[in-house]
Ligand binder design. Structure first.
Ligand code: AKG
Ligand code: FE2
Length: 231
């Protein structure tokens, strides 16, 4: 897996324009398989969430414990710096006086100072009939405005249905749905809270949520990389 293959100029243009970016074929198939195989390795996780119990949808996910698996730690660390530049530009456009540090370790240190100490990367497993309701992964007052999902299984081979859905709720307008069907090995980066849109009187916040539509058949696995730690 090579983070240097990512064209950050394109990612930035996509995030600016639409609030999400698809990076195709980033995760080698062996790593996808390894991560799926590690789903049952209990010592890797700090907690398991059965989504139905919380009305989050249907399906199950597990939060990784520290230390994170190498591939996830690598991506979380390496992707943070280029994304922090975009995050800071967005804050400037909106007149938000907060600067994200350049290094992920320093951002995590800031999370810890706010009592946000629990790791947030997770692996999700969906079976036939499972879904994930529209939500945001904020986990505390201090959050990073981008997150990523890694697609570990192949749509229309391993599962059908189960589209990745983004909803943009522009102020005073009706919501717009974006439906993606990424391939195994693809990564989607998207805004955690809102994207920065441009209107006639300057920039404004356009909130976005994400979720997963119902699976019609098969099994679907994803890994979510969230950059802040949780309360
Ligand atoms: O399974 C998915 O595609 C969405 C996962 C998710 O909600 C997340 O990683 O935050
Ligand atoms: Fe999520």
């Amino acid at each position: 897996m090579n983070i240097n293959s990512i064209n950050w100029q394109n990612v930035k243009a996509d995030l600016d324009e639409q609030g999400y970016a698809v990076i195709p074929s980033l995760i080698p198939t062996e790593i996808c398989s390894q991560l799926i195989a590690s789903y049952t390795q209990a010592d890797l996780y700090r907690s398991t969430i059965v989504m139905k119990r919380y009305n989050f949808g249907k399906g199950e996910y597990k939060y990784f414990a520290y230390p994170l698996p190498e591939s996830i730690a690598y991506l979380r660390n390496e992707m943070y710096s280029p994304l922090s530049k975009i995050a800071n530009e967005w804050n400037q456009k909106l007149g938000i006086h907060f600067t994200y540090p350049e290094k992920h370790a320093d951002f995590i240190e800031a999370c810890h100072q706010q009592n946000q100490c629990r790791p947030t990367p997770l692996i999700l497993k969906y079976e036939k009939g499972d879904f994930n309701t529209l939500h945001q992964d904020l986990y505390g007052d201090l959050y990073f405005p981008f997150q990523a999902v890694l697609f570990l299984t192949q749509v229309n081979e391993d599962y059908t249905g189960g589209e990745f859905v983004l909803i943009e709720q522009k102020p005073r307008l009706q919501s717009q749905a974006i439906v993606l069907q990424p391939n195994r090995g693809d990564m989607v980066i998207f805004t955690t809270n809102f994207r920065v849109a441009k209107g006639t009187r300057g920039y404004f916040r356009s909130p976005m949520k994400h979720g997963v539509s119902k699976l019609h058949s098969g099994n679907r696995y994803t890994v979510g990389i969230i950059f802040h730690d949780a309360k």
